[in-house]
Design a protein around this ligand. Structure first.
Ligand code: 13P
Ligand code: SF4
Length: 382
């Protein structure tokens, strides 16, 4: 059975450049063409032994993921990072907010490294701390801050997680957003959901049974979020106007097209997709859920997957007995996830072998203390 119906697009393009942090990697990066890169990564890992723990998010390139000690979605990786106290060095092959969370959840004598500091997340960049403080002030003026619980998606800066923790809220990921929202509605009457409007709306409407009219969108670039005081008071879900530049590109037409092209296809998408896409799909879930669903699917079944391309290509390779296609032919990789490549990984590992910790992620302890409250509330969810 044909397994690949995937666009072959240049690496490192396709999402917006908001996360380009302009941070140069210290020292000389190995040349990507160096034929010894795999052997060098292997040797460095071996030299570091138990001191090293390498985590790899499912969106990482094949050349990187082969060196991960564990792979996972952002929830699993946060839990795994916290469960490895004996590792002196945690090398996080993922994006900035994931490495920050690992630093917050690990002890002070463990050091977290992000192989390329420019690996940010454009969605996380859509909510900055000052904007969130201004939003909260507006909720206070409207008399609703006391009954509002902030929930922030893992894809947010440590400062936003700290704000959330300090205001009685919790972090969530795509695999526990429903539980986090149910918990939040047990604590208060309204939720301020940061920064992904789509995950917030999809979870509230499709899993909690709220209506679209219960949701309003706070636009941080408009006075009072572009909302009236009445709209804020009437809403149950106040959604931050953020989105993922990769998942935001999938459309309901993509779903209709693939159904027309492949009779009997099942459409499986990530909850960062727009509401109309998730509604038109057959199944929705985190990257870990997507992988498990494909693993359990019968031979001969057909799947159209709406998530990042590295993962979809890997799924197609792993399931030659199933037809696995990408939901949209022109959508590209997550450019920031893709910044972690083999030269950066080798550079990080070899530097650690020399005792030189490059590209370390350190969260300020005051910020970390409040962010840990929000992360621990997530980890304690039933
Ligand atoms: P997961 O938690 O599903 O791995 O998603 C993380 C992410 O960044 C998706 O864009
Ligand atoms: Fe951020 Fe989207 Fe990339 Fe995930 S896929 S890291 S949400 S830009």
């Amino acid at each position: 059975m044909s397994t690949v119906d995937l666009p072959l697009l240049p690496l490192g393009r396709g999402t917006d450049p908001l996360s380009e942090r302009g941070v140069d990697c210290p020292g000389d990066l190995p040349e990507p063409s160096d034929p010894d890169l795999v052997a060098r990564a292997r040797a460095a890992k071996e030299a570091l032994g138990e001191k090293l723990f390498v985590l790899g998010h499912h969106y990482q390139r094949d050349e990187v993921i082969q060196f991960a000690d564990v792979t996972g979605d952002s929830f699993k990786l946060a839990r795994d990072a916290a469960a490895r106290p004996e590792a002196e060095y945690i090398v996080f092959c993922g994006v900035h907010f994931m490495a920050e969370s690992a630093d917050i959840l690990t002890s002070a004598d463990q050091q977290v490294v992000l192989p390329d500091l420019a690996a940010g997340c454009s969605m996380a960049d859509m909510a900055d701390h000052q904007q969130v403080v201004e939003c909260w002030d507006a909720l206070t003026d409207a008399g609703i801050a006391d009954v509002t619980v902030p929930i922030t998606y893992m894809n947010s800066s440590a400062a936003i997680k700290a704000f959330t923790g300090a205001h009685g809220g919790a972090v969530c990921t795509s695999s526990n957003a429903e539980r986090a929202l149910r918990w939040a509605f047990g604590q208060g009457q309204k939720v301020l959901f940061l920064p992904d409007q789509h995950l917030g709306r999809n979870t509230a409407v499709l899993q909690l049974g709220l209506s679209l009219d219960d949701c309003v969108v706070w636009n941080p670039h408009r006075p009072n979020g572009g909302l009236t005081v009445e709209q804020l008071r009437d809403a149950k879900m106040i959604l931050w106007r953020g989105h993922c530049s990769v998942h935001g590109r999938f459309t309901a037409e993509n779903v209709a097209d693939v159904r027309a092209r492949i009779p009997g296809v099942s459409v499986l998408v990530h909850p960062e997709c727009r509401h109309e896409v998730v509604t038109a799909a057959d199944l929705v879930g985190s990257t870990e859920f997507i992988i498990k669903t494909l693993d359990a699917a019968p031979a001969g079944s057909s799947w159209a997957i709406g998530t990042e391309l590295n993962l979809v290509r890997r799924l197609a390779d792993r399931h030659p007995d199933k037809q696995v296609v990408f939901l949209e032919k022109t959508v590209c990789y997550c450019s920031t996830m893709n910044r972690i490549d083999l030269p950066h990984l080798v550079h990080s590992l070899e530097s650690l072998v020399r005792g030189d910790v490059v590209n370390r992620i350190v969260v300020d302890e005051t910020v970390a203390a409040n962010a840990r409250l929000a992360l621990d509330r997530m980890l304690a969810l039933p």
